[in-house]
Design a protein around this ligand. Structure first.
Ligand code: NAP
Length: 461
C-alpha cells in the first residue's frame, strides 16, 4: 500500500492536539490501573504519593512526586485514595484551590456516612471543584480491558466546566459518561456499586416461595396420596413430572403478577379521581420490578417447554403407551379415536405454542438494545396489548389442559384442587378486572384522569 495515501495521512496522530497532564493521588490498585489506561490514551500522568520512590508496578512513563509537587503540575487531580484518609488533603487546601478534584471512592456499606464521599471532599477542600466519577469502574476492568459490563461512568458535580473536563477524559478512555447532575447525586452514585440486584430481589424471593409451596402441594397430591391410598410408588415424579407442573404454574402466576399492579393502579386512580396522588410504596416497588417478574416468568415457561420435549422418551410414558397397546391387543379391542379429546389436546398444545411465542417476543422487546429502538407507543403496544394477549393464551392453555377435570370429583384428592387450578386464580382475576376496566363507563374517566383531570377534590394536588 502506498504509504503516502490520503487515508494514512488522515489517520496520522495530530501531535499538536496534546492532552493536558492529569495528576493522580495514590499509587494503589485503582490509581495505577487508571494511570496506565490514561497513558495509553495519551495523557501525561503524574502521581502524588506519600513515597516518591517509583516501584516497578507504576507505569514507566509516569512521574511520582509528593502530593504538593504533583498537584502543582495539573489542573485535574484524581483522588485514588480511600475516604478515611482524606484528611491529609486539608493542609494542601491552598495548592488545591481552583483545581478539579475527581472523587472516585466507594464505601463498604450503603449510606455508610451521612454525606457522600464527594460532598465530604468538597467540605475538606472548599476552594476546589469536586466531581464524582469512575467509582462504578473496577481497577481489574481497566487493567484487563474487559470494559463491556462497566462502560458507563456516572459523573456528577456542581461546576459545569469541571464536569465537562472529566467527561472528556472519560470519553478519551473509550468509556461512556452519564451526567447525573449536581454533587447531590453523589450519594446515589456511591450506593450504586453496592446494590445487589435490587430489582430482582422481590421476583426471586417470590418465585422461591411459590416454588416451595407448589412443590410440597404436588408432592402431597401426586406422590403421598397414591402411596397412602393405592400403595403406588411414584417418587420418581420428583425428577420431571413435578417440575413440569411447577414451571407452567409459576410462569402463569408471575406473568399475571406483571399485569396485576397495573389494574390495581387503575382502580386506585379511579377511586381517587386523580393521578397526582402517590401510590402506596409497595405498589410503586411492585411496578418497578415488573420487567424482572416477566423475565423470571419467561425462564419458567422455557423450562416447561424443555421438560415437555422429553415427555415422549420418559420410561414411565413409554411403559404406559405400551401397556395400553398390549391390553388392547389382549382384549382384541381397538379403542376408537375420541375426537373431543383430540381437539382438546391439539387446542391445548396450539395455545401453549402461541402463548410461548408471544412470551419470548415480550422478553426480547424488554432487552435494552431492542427497547431503545422502538418508540414509546410501539413499546406500550408490545408490553401491554401483546402482553395481555400472552396472558389470555397462557390462561386458555391451562383451562383447556384442565378440560372437564374441573368438574370431576376424582380430581380433588383430599378435597384439594389440582395445583394447576390454583394457578388460574390470579390470571383470571387480572383478566376479569381488565375486561371490566375496558368498559367505556370506566375507561373514559380513567383516560381523563391519566391526562391530568382531577375528579375528586379530596385527593387533588
Ligand atoms: P488501595 O490499593 O488501598 O490504594 C489506596 C492508595 O491510597 C494507597 O496505595 C496509598 O497510595 C494511598 N494511601 C493509603 N493510605 C493513605 C494515607 N493515610 N494518606 C494518604 N494516602 C494514603 O485502594 P484502591 O483499590 O486503589 O482504591 C482507591 C480508591 O478508589 C478507593 O476510594 C476506592 O473506593 C476507589 N475505587 C477502587 C476500585 C477498585 O477496583 N480498586 C474501583 C472503584 C473505585 P500511596 O502509597 O501512593 O500514597
Amino acid at each position: 500500500m502506498n504509504k503516502n495515501s490520503s487515508n494514512i495521512m488522515a489517520l496520522a496522530p495530530n501531535t499538536s492536539n496534546k492532552r493536558e497532564t492529569v495528576c493522580i493521588f495514590g499509587t494503589g490498585d485503582f490509581g495505577r490501573a487508571l494511570g496506565h489506561k490514561m497513558i495509553q490514551s495519551g495523557y501525561p500522568i503524574v502521581f502524588g504519593s506519600r513515597s516518591t520512590q517509583k516501584s516497578s508496578l507504576i507505569p514507566n512513563d509516569a512521574e511520582v512526586l509528593s502530593h504538593a509537587e504533583a498537584a502543582q503540575k495539573a489542573a485535574i487531580i484524581i483522588i485514588a485514595i480511600q475516604r478515611q484518609h482524606y484528611n491529609f488533603l486539608t493542609p494542601l487546601a491552598e495548592i488545591l484551590h481552583g483545581k478539579v478534584l475527581v472523587d472516585i471512592s466507594n464505601n463498604l456499606k450503603i449510606n455508610q456516612y451521612p454525606e457522600s464521599n464527594a460532598e465530604y471532599l468538597a467540605q475538606l477542600v472548599p476552594g476546589a471543584k469536586v466531581v464524582k466519577a469512575f467509582n462504578t469502574v473496577s481497577a481489574w476492568a481497566l487493567q484487563s480491558g474487559t470494559l463491556d459490563a462497566s462502560r458507563q461512568v456516572f459523573v456528577c458535580g456542581d461546576d459545569m466546566e469541571a464536569k465537562q473536563m472529566v467527561m472528556d477524559i472519560v470519553r478519551a478512555l473509550g468509556l461512556t459518561p452519564l451526567d447525573q447532575g449536581s454533587l447531590l447525586a453523589a450519594q446515589e452514585i456511591e450506593n450504586y456499586p453496592l446494590q445487589l440486584f435490587p430489582m430482582w430481589k422481590f421476583p426471586i424471593l417470590l418465585s422461591l416461595g411459590l416454588t416451595a409451596f407448589f412443590f410440597f402441594y404436588c408432592l402431597t397430591l401426586d406422590i403421598i396420596y397414591p402411596y397412602v391410598y393405592e400403595n403406588k410408588d411414584f417418587s420418581f415424579f420428583i425428577a420431571i413430572s413435578i417440575p413440569n407442573r411447577i414451571c407452567p404454574i409459576l410462569a402463569l402466576i408471575l406473568l399475571a403478577l406483571v399485569y396485576l399492579p397495573g389494574v390495581l393502579a387503575a382502580i386506585i386512580q379511579l377511586y381517587r379521581g386523580t393521578k397526582y396522588h402517590r401510590f402506596p410504596d409497595w405498589l410503586d416497588k411492585w411496578m418497578l420490578c415488573r420487567k424482572q417478574l416477566g423475565l423470571v416468568a419467561l425462564a419458567f415457561a422455557s423450562l416447561h417447554v424443555l421438560y415437555t420435549l422429553v415427555i415422549p422418551i420418559r420410561s414411565f410414558v413409554r411403559w404406559r403407551i405400551s401397556s395400553s397397546t398390549v391390553s388392547q391387543a389382549l382384549n382384541n379391542k381397538t379403542e376408537p379415536l375420541n375426537n373431543t379429546y383430540a381437539w382438546l389436546s391439539d387446542s391445548y398444545l396450539a395455545l401453549g405454542i402461541l402463548g410461548f411465542f408471544l412470551f419470548v417476543l415480550l422478553g426480547i422487546t424488554s432487552l435494552p438494545s431492542v427497547s431503545n429502538n422502538v418508540n414509546w407507543r410501539e413499546f406500550r403496544f408490545v408490553q401491554s396489548k401483546l402482553g395481555y394477549l400472552t396472558l389470555v393464551l397462557c390462561t386458555a392453555h391451562t383451562l383447556v389442559y384442565g378440560g372437564n377435570r374441573f368438574l370431576n370429583p376424582s380430581s380433588y384428592r383430599w378435597y384439594l384442587p389440582n395445583a394447576y387450578m390454583l394457578s388460574l386464580i390470579v390470571p383470571c382475576i387480572v383478566l376479569v378486572v381488565k375486561f371490566v376496566l375496558v368498559f367505556p363507563c370506566l375507561d373514559k374517566p380513567l383516560t381523563q384522569i391519566r391526562q391530568g383531570w382531577e375528579r375528586n377534590p379530596k385527593y387533588s394536588k
